[in-house]
Every structure is written in C-alpha cells, then in structure tokens.
Design a binder for this molecule. Structure first.
Ligand SMILES: NC(=O)c1ccc[n+]([C@@H]2O[C@H](COP(=O)([O-])OP(=O)(O)OC[C@H]3O[C@@H](n4cnc5c(N)ncnc54)[C@H](OP(=O)(O)O)[C@@H]3O)[C@@H](O)[C@H]2O)c1
Length: 280
C-alpha cells in the first residue's frame, strides 16, 4: 500500500503515519509540505506520490476560529476535500476523510447513528459537513469525537497535573459525547481503508460521558481525590465562546457493528491505561 497522509503533524495524522509505516511507503505531509487548500499543490503531490490510499487528517480544528473566518474554514475543511477527491480519483486511490460529531445539533438523548439527519450549530460543523459531501460517494468518511492523543500529553495528563496540585478542577457536566483514544481509532481506520468501505462511518470509543465524569474517572484511576473535580457549566453552551457546541453528540457506531461486528472498547478502559502510563 502507498499511503499519503495530509495534516501529518496533527494529533491524528501523526498516529496514522505510524500505523501505515510497515505497509509500504507512507508520505506524511504536514501543512508546510502540502497546503490542502491549494488545488494545484494537491494535484501535484498526489500525482507525484501515486498513492493507493489518501487519508485526510488535515483540518482547521479551531472551532471558534472558524466562526470568525467562515471563508477560510470553508477552503480548508470543505473545498480542499474536493481537491483531494478529484486528485485521488485520477490515480485510482481510495480516500478516507475524517469528520466530526459537530455535524449534529445535540438535541438527541441517545447516540446518533450515521443516518440521523445532520444540523450543525457552528461554522466548523457546517463546513465539516460540506467536506463530507465533497469527499464523494466512494470515500470513507469517518466521524469521530473528543480525540485523545496517543503520543503527546493530552487531557488525561493535564488533569492529573491539575488534580495532583491540589486545587479544584472545574469541568463541564452538561455536554456529553464519546471520548475517543486515537490509539483505538487508528486500527479501525486501517480496516476501513483496507476494505474501501464507502460512506459515513461513526467510530468512537464506547461510553458517552461528560468532561466532569471523565475527569472524575481520571482522578479515581490515578488514586487522586475525585472530589477535587467540581461541576461547572460548559463553555460553548452558555454563549461565552463564539461557536455553539452540541449538548449531546455521542455517536452510535452502527455501521461498524454491521461490518462484521467491529467494536471499539469502552473509553474507561482506554482511560485507565492512559492514566497508568502517565503515572507509571
Ligand atoms: N480533535 C478532536 O477532538 C476531533 C473531534 C472530532 C473530529 N476531529 C477531526 O479529526 C481530524 C484530525 O483532527 P486532529 O485532532 O488531529 O487535529 P489537529 O491536531 O489540529 O491536526 C490537524 C492538522 O491539519 C493541519 N492543517 C491545518 N490547515 C491545513 C491546510 N490548509 N493544509 C494542510 N494541513 C492543514 C494542521 O496544521 P497546523 O497545526 O500547522 O495548522 C494540523 O497539523 C480533523 O478532521 C478533525 O475535524 C477531531
């Protein structure tokens, strides 16, 4: 397999590059190496690398930044996906594009299956949804949520430091979604690429939760006092941030289950392992 990964310096991109490293050449292109919003550059890179698979991990993920510059958000998160699609088609490469739970309005109270109507609340959600359409019908479009890094300090490590320093740690208890550990997600992305699964696929760790409960889970697993985690309202719901966030955006991995029962473990198991690594 010849794999081209865009956004290769990002949280997910770094791990995708690693995951495919044993399969043949992997062209991991950071934003500096390939600006996906530059159509000519996208065509040139794909024509020169001739990949059999393109994994688009590039995105402008600053949700509030997107709210302030919708044109830029559209260029990077939507139009660019169309450039990747047309260039991938020219060399017969499969495209896997990564999308988000922010395509939903958050009014549900059970996890959203893939075929649930979308209704984004923010510019970021809207342009990511446009990116899904731009990926085309034969691409794999993976929606995921609350990504937890595999190779760098993330929320788990920050929480441990904050909890260990003794003070109260204020965490929102209203928004609910599925934290997804990148180390658990990447094998699923590989499987979907190998099978060239077409269409939208939800892929998150199991177990919807709030940041408040997530933080309490980290405290307990680290042997620290969960009582130090204090409920607060979620920024993004109370109008203090430019972009609105969905209240409830847990995803139901319905398509994965239908594809030979591919499951992703409960986030609490992954959380316990991440804590053990961080404190051990
Ligand atoms: N993080 C989450 O919780 C989350 C949740 C749901 C879905 N997702 C989706 O998952 C995917 C990966 O996200 P992530 O968490 O890995 O984000 P990330 O760490 O912000 O990585 C995105 C990468 O894309 C690069 N990039 C930005 N503009 C670009 C451009 N014009 N051309 C090429 N590269 C560009 C960024 O480079 P610079 O940093 O140099 O700008 C960054 O390295 C995205 O599609 C995102 O929408 C993420």
């Amino acid at each position: 397999m010849r794999v081209l990964v865009t956004g290769a310096a990002g949280r997910l991109g770094r791990e995708v590059v690693r995951a495919f490293a044993d399969d043949g050449p992997v062209f991991g292109l950071s934003r500096i190496a390939l600006n996906v919003a530059d159509r000519k550059a996208v065509h040139a890179a794909i024509a020169s690398c001739t990949p059999s698979l393109v994994v688009n991990c590039a995105a402008w993920t600053d949700v509030d930044g997107c709210e302030g510059d919708p044109q830029r958000a559209q260029r990077i998160n939507a139009a660019a996906v169309g450039y990747l699609r047309e260039a991938a088609e020219e060399v017969g490469a499969h495209l896997l594009h990564v999308s988000t739970d922010f395509v939903f309005d958050g009014k549900a109270d059970v996890p959203y299956p893939e075929d649930h109507p979308t209704d984004p609340l923010s510019v970021y959600g809207a342009v990511k949804l446009a990116g899904e359409a731009a990926a085309g019908p034969s691409a794999t479009v993976v929606r995921t949520s609350w990504l937890q890094p595999a190779d760098a300090p993330g929320m788990v490590e920050r929480l441990i430091v904050a909890l260990a320093s003794g003070g109260p740690v204020r965490m929102g208890d209203e928004r609910v979604a599925c934290p997804t550990f990148i180390a658990d997600l990447v094998p699923v992305l590989r499987y979907l690429c190998e099978e060239r699964v077409a269409g939208v696929v939800h892929a998150t760790n199991a177990g919807p939760t709030s940041w408040f409960d997530f933080a309490r889970g980290v405290a307990t697993a680290a042997g620290l006092d969960p009582g130090r985690v204090v409920r607060t309202s979620d920024p993004g719901l109370d109008g203090t941030l430019p972009a609105r966030r969905p209240l409830y955006s847990a995803l139901d991995n319905a398509v994965l289950r239908s594809l030979g029962n591919v499951t992703i473990r409960d986030h609490r198991e992954a959380l316990a392992e991440a804590v053990a690594r961080a404190v051990g």
